[in-house]
Write a protein that binds this ligand. Structure first.
Ligand code: NDP
Length: 465
């Protein structure tokens, strides 16, 4: 820590947070971090999302539970009833048992994270100059959680459809928990940040609450709050919700539809891939660049498991039978998307880990040697790959993801928009990310990035975008 920063943060100086913010403004923004945002007007987007996201999640539950998944029917009823009576009639009711069950499950995941051994992996150099260690044991702990769930179901100790049957209560429990995590981490950033140089304050408390202040908040040295919440309540929760709604379909209709099987296969591949490659995930924007606020805290505990499992939720109430041709085409499309997604991500990771000395599509990787500065002014080197998938488009990994999302949703047929929410959301998110990420990369790498953009002209798909 440089001496000026040490002085600003020493307890005697008081008001450390305000002083740190001034210090950051003096340093200027770097890597796409805006150093100053107007308190309310600058945070308009954050305010809109703080309101819209919980409403979307609750609306999905109401539409599925009361209107056969029809958003149009739900909105017509809202129009006829008026907000007050509609809310009274359909708003999910919180239950103490669901809340206790949810919190116990998160606590169990936390206990497993501590108890189960895992390899130590390091993340990338942060803007503040930190290289953090992570305990990687998500695959093991998630297998334990999911297998225990399945065994308890087959042994008759619990009903596998219990999550689906208590869905409104569990949904509300996760929403409350997501808010608690967001509030606690916001306060923690002000009172006891883990890595002060990677903590930022924008001047807008609303923006800070939404986007986060700390980059990688931790309890103690190793317990990474961000990685834990994305992986355990997020990805592992998604798997369990899927299983539970599949069980509900079997109980309601006496069969499991081929569309549900396809959804379980796709989601299963995506989730296992995440845990299998958990060390790769340390180098993604979520971990390496995005701060931990409502966006990631509430997003990973609520938005991710609920919205991403919508296809399974929908099919539990509205089974769709896909013809063998559509079934095969959907599987081919989804697997093609997965192949692009995984191989593009793998190419980028290999090039960085092997310092460019690796093969990509059977040829030596072509890279631009780039440099960037971190907050203490020191200069570091990095590589920008421009062969393999990264020679076709600057975000080929997103293209694979979007193809997969299309295949996930196509399993539900075209009759309803609700299960397509994931595809619409992911496409918008990743297009927005293209711009957001490129703005940051331009700031980080300057002329090197410009050169890369001249060589690789397209963002997602050559000739299109
Ligand atoms: P990337 O993994 O593509 O990471 C972007 C970063 O990679 C950049 O900020 C830069 O970081 C580095 N980079 C950019 N171009 C190059 C290049 N040519 N060569 C080497 N490094 C480069 O993006 P994300 O973290 O957003 O996504 C990771 C995966 O996760 C994607 O496949 C995406 O589809 C998926 N995803 C899925 C979501 C979902 O909800 N389902 C949400 C978000 C992502 P640096 O500072 O290291 O140079």
């Amino acid at each position: 820590m440089d001496s000026q920063l040490a002085y600003l943060l020493s307890p005697q100086t008081g008001k450390a947070t305000a002083r740190l913010r001034n210090y950051q403004v003096q340093q200027g923004s770097f890597w796409g971090r805006r150093s100053s945002i107007a308190p309310i007007s600058g945070a308009a987007g954050a305010i809109a999302l703080l309101v819209a996201t919980p409403l979307t999640i609750i609306a999905s539950c109401v539409a599925l539970q009361h209107f056969d998944g029809s958003i149009l029917d739900m909105l017509s009823m809202l129009w006829l009833d008026g907000i007050g009576p509609f809310t009274n009639r359909y708003f999910p009711t919180p239950t103490l048992s669901s809340f206790i069950a949810y919190i116990s499950w998160v606590a169990f995941q936390a206990a497993l994270h501590m108890a189960i051994p895992g390899k130590a992996h390091t993340g990338q150099l942060t803007p503040g100059g930190n290289v953090l260690q992570y305990k990687i044991n998500g695959l093991r702990t998630s297998i334990i959680v999911v297998v225990l769930f399945l065994l308890s179901g087959t042994a008759g100790l619990l009903d596998l459809s219990c999550i689906a049957r208590s869905w409104p209560g569990i949904l509300l429990a996760s929403i409350i928990y997501g808010y608690l995590v967001s509030i606690v981490t916001y306060l923690k950033a002000h009172l006891a940040p883990s890595h002060i140089k990677d903590t930022r304050f924008s001047g807008s408390p609303i923006h800070d609450f939404f986007s986060g202040c700390e980059l990688n908040p931790r309890w103690g040295r190793d317990w990474d709050i961000k990685l834990f919440h994305i992986g355990r309540p997020g990805m592992c929760g998604w798997m369990m919700i899927d299983i539970s709604f599949a069980a509900l379909q079997v109980q309601k209709y006496g069969f499991i539809s081929n569309s549900m099987i396809a959804v379980l296969i796709f989601h299963g591949i995506y989730i296992v891939d995440f845990f299998w490659n958990e060390d790769w995930y340390l180098r993604t924007i979520d971990i390496h660049h995005d701060h931990f606020g409502f966006y990631l805290a509430w997003g990973s505990t609520v938005w991710l498991p609920v919205l991403y499992s919508l296809q399974a939720q929908f099919l539990a109430y509205n089974p769709v039978h896909l013809s063998s041709t559509i079934f095969a085409l959907t599987l081919i499309l989804g697997l093609a998307g997965y192949t692009i997604f995984r191989s593009a991500n793998h190419q980028k990771l290999s090039v960085r880990l092997m310092k460019g000395n690796c093969m990509v599509f059977g040829q030596k990787a072509r890279v631009i040697k780039s440099t960037y500065k971190i907050s203490d002014g020191s200069v570091h080197e990095s590589l920008l790959l421009y062969s393999g998938w990264w020679g076709y488009a600057r975000h080929a990994n997103y293209t694979g993801d979007i193809l997969m999302a299309f295949a996930f949703c196509a399993c539900c047929g075209m009759s309803h928009i609700l299960p397509w929410t994931y595809f619409i959301y992911l496409t918008l998110l990743l297009i927005n990310r293209c711009f957001r990420d490129e703005a940051r990369c331009r700031e980080k790498y300057g002329g090197h990035w410009e050169r890369y953009c001249q060589i690789v002209r397209w963002r997602l798909c050559p000739g299109l975008f």
